[in-house]
Design a binder for this molecule. Sequence first.
Ligand SMILES: Cc1ncc(COP(=O)(O)O)c(C=O)c1O
Length: 495
Amino acid sequence: MSTTVDMKDVKSDEKKPVDVMAKPDQLTVTLSAPQSLIPDSIQPAEPPAVELTVLSNRSKQIFEEALKIIPSGASSNMRVHLHEPYPVIFDHGRGSKVWDADGNEYIDYLMAYGALILGHAHPNIIAGITEQIKKGTLFGTTTELEVEVAKLVCSCVPCAEMVSFANTGTEATMEAIRIARAVTGKDKLLKFEGHYHGHHDYVLYSVDSPSAVAGLESAPAKLAYFPGIPDAVSQTVLIAPWNNVSALERTLKKRNNEIAAVICEPVMTNQGVIAPAPDYLKQLRELTTKYDVLLIFDEVVTGFRLAKGGAQELYGVIPDLACYAKALGGGAPIAAVAGKREYMSQIGPGKIGYGGTYNANAISLAAAKATLETLLAHNGDSFKHMAEMGTKLRDGLKEVFNVPGYRAVVNAVGPVLSIAFSSRLKEVVTYRQSLLADQDKFERFRAEMLRRGIYSHPDGAERWTLTMVHTEKDIENTITAARESIKALRSRKET
Ligand SMILES: Cc1ncc(COP(=O)(O)O)c(C=O)c1O
């Protein structure tokens, strides 16, 4: 079967070559029964630009306009954080590539902070959303599609006996914490230094603590991320160091009567990528069970990415509740709280509150269905492919950085990767080690990469995300660009 999806008008057609530089409303993509993980229709016709001389004047102009009317010029702080002198502004994307407002092409490793697990403009997602829009976008009732996607989620996620939808990772962690508090009758939340769980007040402590004020590594200071968070909220939060079992046990032993839940990113992905130490998640599970505290895995990044069952499948540890977003919708706003029936079934009228006008909206559900079905096709080969690409990029970069002046630790867990430049660090397995990475050096490297058509976030602590549609060629081009970038920096003696 072959279906052509036009953004203006959906109609059947034979396979046509895709004009990768077309504006989104002119795009015609071909959807056929996938023969490989990466549809032909999203493979670029041309190799990526090798050397960009003028970066993006239009980006500068658009950003100047944005600054006049949108605070800091963006609707999310990370979109402007460390982007100097202005952010590159994207116009359209296709597969693993993205084009800025001046038409410069990049291999994209931001991938909308990991949401685009199938890359940009995947034909299956376009088809799913297009079909659904014609039937209706939002109903305000339970829908059959909602049940279908709920079943898909439960078939993938080990802890998911029941699931409920929301729109963002922030909402999902907020709801999961409320469930934990309600079912345990306790108020406090234990979170780890350096872990990020979204933008609500309960979790915005010790997310990005600078070393000068972070306190002892074994007993981290509790620091609000920014102003505006009521001081009273801090009384509900306890902070522990990640990958330190004895510090965790000490707190649980002393405060278990107050702690409703421990929440964690099962793999740290928001301050560099830091895997759990061997058996650490198992010990976390044992300790939370022993002290009668719920365990919440925030799988907003790891879910539907490290494996079909996320980190809990990869590490064989089953939490009580888990939160999903990003990859679940392949770019559409959808999130989920999943977990054990004994806890999830407490949601409902007269029981635990849970709600949202746009929860389980039909457009996002259609995108989620297309995303999950695409990921699960071919016996889940997509997860193997993503992990292989992650390993290939990690190994290639490690070799490139094995030179005086630009030594770096490259961490990767499956398809998420981070680079920490340092002449001293041999490994980065703790938050405090991640703080020692040389950010200036990363920015210089990133600027060189940008000129060579490789896009990553300018913050070295921000992960690089590979997707189902990053190809071996993309990885090879990226490693070549990295080698040339380091050569250029070293020849200018910028070390
Ligand atoms: C681990 C984790 N949890 C929660 C969130 C919040 O998700 P959202 O931005 O969809 O609210 C994020 C966002 O980056 C995240 O990385």
